[in-house]
Design a protein around this ligand. Structure first.
Ligand SMILES: Cc1cc2nc3c(=O)[nH]c(=O)nc-3n(C[C@H](O)[C@H](O)[C@H](O)COP(=O)(O)OP(=O)(O)OC[C@H]3O[C@@H](n4cnc5c(N)ncnc54)[C@H](O)[C@@H]3O)c2cc1C
Length: 405
């Protein structure tokens, strides 16, 4: 059996795990990231890099290399109701350096973080290796047992950071069960070709009983069709032609290409979950990112929150970890710092889910654009507020100077 001894073992190479890995290694700590997949090339999992993350790239001195990667900039987000467009969020009004969202395939972003982290001597990413269990010693978590391509691997560490996503197995092993808040919707994701002359970059289209979000991915539109919770089966039972017709009706500019949804395999279901742990830590273990709180897709903020958790964890823990295992009270400070943004963001998401999205799905006849949409469109300076909540989040984190740049 292979044994690795390190200061910090991070389970999961998603946005939370890779950002934490990079930052802890930059702070001079030995860190091992376990990722069960061979690469980052998986299904669509969101492409949004928010202004707060772009600001972090600046703070880390990485922005030049980051912006050299293929990406698209989006400065506005609109709501389209009955064919009329209302501008909702204007990122160009943000009081920060990066006044736009970057759309970049998540695997490119994770590859970038992995490449940057590899430049630090303490960093190790072990792919194709799945954490299966926790190692306990002297009343605390002291590492993980994993399974790699060549057999069992044991990673002994002063801290295990669970960044293994919303179905986290490690938090289950730690005895944690998230509190679920329920969500009235699910989302179906698919892609359609994008052509010159297509309308604006990113928009949510609302009609009676239907909502379609279209996100510009360069040569394609990444589309999210929102259904009532559990509505996927009924939609599929209605047949593909009926689904194509619905898409064409709500976004007429896409009518000439709905045939590229050639079968139901092109349409992936995201079961929307909103949950969080009441307690993110126990001695020797801390959960961050989706493992601590699964976010609704409203606002596309899951990646951002996961990254912000990673930054807060490094700011609080890197110093104490240099001298060995940290007291649980120190781990609790990470939860205390991040719980407030998570609570506020989830509360806002739940209000929008039930008051705007579910109400629109339940409507049977054309309806007026909600008052909030009309006000935001009429008073452009107000569009900075949703942009701020989406783009920077509640309590944005900044990298402390504990690492060499
Ligand atoms: C279809 C879809 C669309 C989304 N769209 C957006 C969007 O537009 N914007 C946005 O901000 N967010 C979006 N999200 C949410 C976003 O993907 C998550 O909030 C974010 O990825 C959370 O990051 P994380 O690092 O906490 O977890 P994850 O990204 O889930 O990463 C967890 C990692 O851990 C690995 N792993 C799991 N178990 C183990 C194990 N036992 N051992 C080793 N490795 C393990 C997984 O392979 C994975 O790489 C979307 C999610 C989905 C599913």
């Amino acid at each position: 059996m292979e044994t690795v001894t390190t200061r910090l073992c991070i389970v999961g190479g998603g946005p939370a795990g890779m950002m934490a890995g990079l930052l802890f290694a930059r702070a001079g700590l030995a860190v091992t990231v376990l990722e069960k997949h061979a690469d980052f090339l998986r299904d669509f999992r969101g492409d949004t890099i928010h202004p707060s993350t772009l600001d972090l790239m600046d703070e880390l001195g990485l922005s030049e290399r980051f912006h050299a990667l293929p990406q698209r900039r989006v400065e506005h987000f609109s709501g389209v109701v009955n064919g009329r467009s209302y501008r909702v969020a204007d990122f160009s009004r943000l009081p920060t350096r990066n006044r736009f969202l970057s759309f970049m395939p998540q695997w490119d972003f994770l590859d970038f973080l992995a490449g940057e982290a590899a430049g630090y001597p303490g960093f190790q990413l072990i792919r194709r290796t799945e954490a299966r269990d926790l190692i306990a010693a002297e009343g605390r978590v002291a590492g993980v047992r994993a399974e790699g391509p060549d057999g069992p691997v044991e990673v002994r560490a002063d801290l295990v950071l669970c960044a293994d996503g919303r179905h986290s197995g490690m938090r289950e092993r730690a005895g944690f069960t998230p509190r679920a808040f329920g969500a009235p919707i699910d989302v179906l994701w698919f892609r359609l070709p994008r052509r010159d002359g297509d309308p604006e970059a990113a928009a949510g289209r609302f009609g009676p009983g239907r909502i379609l979000i279209t996100l510009d991915r360069g040569d394609a539109w990444q589309c999210a069709y929102v259904v009532p919770k559990g509505g996927d089966a009924a939609l599929r039972a209605g047949g593909l032609s009926a689904f194509r017709a619905v898409v064409a009706e709500i976004a007429p500019f896409l009518a000439d290409r709905t045939d590229s949804i050639s079968d139901w395999d092109c349409v992936k279901l995201l079961t929307v979950t909103v949950d969080r742990l009441d307690r993110w830590h126990r001695p020797g273990l801390l959960c961050i990112g989706d493992a601590a709180h699964a976010m609704s897709p409203v606002g596309g903020v899951g990646i951002n929150l996961a990254i912000q958790d990673a930054v807060a964890a490094v700011n609080i823990l890197a110093g104490p970890l240099r001298s060995g295992p940290v007291a649980e009270a120190v781990l609790a400070r990470v939860q205390a710092r991040r719980m407030f943004p998570v609570r506020v963001t989830q509360a806002l998401q739940r209000v929008i889910q039930s008051r705007v999205i579910a109400a629109s799905l339940a409507a049977h006849a054309p309806f007026r654009a909600p008052l909030a949409l009309r006000i935001l469109d009429a008073l452009p300076p107000l569009q900075a507020l949703p942009a701020r909540i989406i783009g920077m989040g509640v309590r944005p984190e900044h990298v402390h100077a504990q690492g060499s740049p």
